[in-house]
Design a protein around this ligand. Structure first.
Ligand SMILES: N[C@@H](CCC(=O)N[C@@H](CS)C(=O)NCC(=O)O)C(=O)O
Length: 262
């Protein structure tokens, strides 16, 4: 699809759930490419009345004058075609570009899903934690709705993603598998996952892996490692010390210049 460059006056709208790591992927891309946007945050369950309006169900949704985009990868491709910053998330060279797209797809389809399911297994029943993760800067009515309906929303999320002790164990194995693959890509001292520049592959890996790495530069950091269940904290410490983990943490330090919002 051909899109005209964005006009200076157009401010894009990004519909999110604050803690969603797919939303963080898009937020980071928007900021890296210096594209103006407004983020509209919603509490899970309430988000659907908004995403449905724009033809989607999940978040992120990007609302633009050229149309609405309802998947993080479609959004990144769109942003890459309209941005004027000179930074490109997808390389021009065909083979390199294919490599970036394959990695992005792998991270979206497996890592993002496994990390969400593993994290929710431990945290989705904890009202205080989920208030920080889901409610920050959301509309007042939704925050009131969260307080009343938290047990139902929390149960609904666990049902939606079929979260059980067994699925959490499978998800953890899946996370370790992707980290191993990324370790192997980086094994010969490569600075980035594809080519010699930051691409959508690196950004996607770091944003989706953030909940199991806790980078300080993350805009929605809900818990310090000491506040987490011991089992979770020990996995996070293990992943932080891998080559893949240190790559993602380095990307946050070098390329995510944002003040935390809390
Ligand atoms: N493939 C989608 C996945 C997005 C996704 O799974 N979003 C989750 C939040 S992390 C969501 O909106 N879940 C609630 C729902 O599906 O209604 C993308 O990359 O945008």
């Amino acid at each position: 699809m051909n899109h005209s460059k964005i006009t200076k006056t157009e401010v894009l709208r990004l519909i999110t759930i604050p803690i969603s790591h797919y939303c963080e992927k898009v937020r980071w891309a928007l900021e890296l490419l210096q594209i103006q946007y407004i983020e509209e945050k919603h509490v899970p369950a309430f988000h659907r009345s908004v995403t449905h309006k724009y033809g989607g169900s999940s978040v992120p949704v990007l609302v633009t004058k050229s149309g609405n985009f309802t998947d993080s990868t479609d959004i990144l491709h769109y942003l890459d075609t309209i941005n004027l910053s000179g930074v490109r998330l997808y390389p021009e060279a065909l083979e390199l570009r294919r490599g970036v797209e394959e990695l992005e797809e792998l991270f979206d389809a497996k890592l993002g899903v496994d990390i969400r399911n593993w994290g929710y297994y431990y945290r989705s029943g904890d009202r205080q934690t989920m208030r920080k993760a889901w409610c920050k800067d959301t509309p007042l009515l939704e925050r009131v709705g969260f307080e009343i309906a938290f047990p139902f929303i929390s149960a609904k999320v666990r049902k939606l993603y079929s979260i059980t002790a067994e699925s959490a164990a499978r998800s953890l194995a899946g996370i370790r598998d992707i980290f191993d693959r990324v370790d192997r890509i980086l094994a010969d001292g490569k600075p980035y996952l594809a080519g010699d520049k930051l691409s959508a592959a690196d950004l996607t890996f770091a944003a989706l892996a953030a909940p199991v790495l806790l980078p300080l530069e993350h805009p929605v950091l809900v818990s310090q490692i000491e506040e987490l269940p011991v089992e979770m904290a020990s996995v996070i410490k293990e992943l932080q010390t891998t080559a893949a983990g240190s790559h993602a943490l380095g990307l946050y330090r070098e390329h995510r210049h944002l003040k935390r919002e809390d």
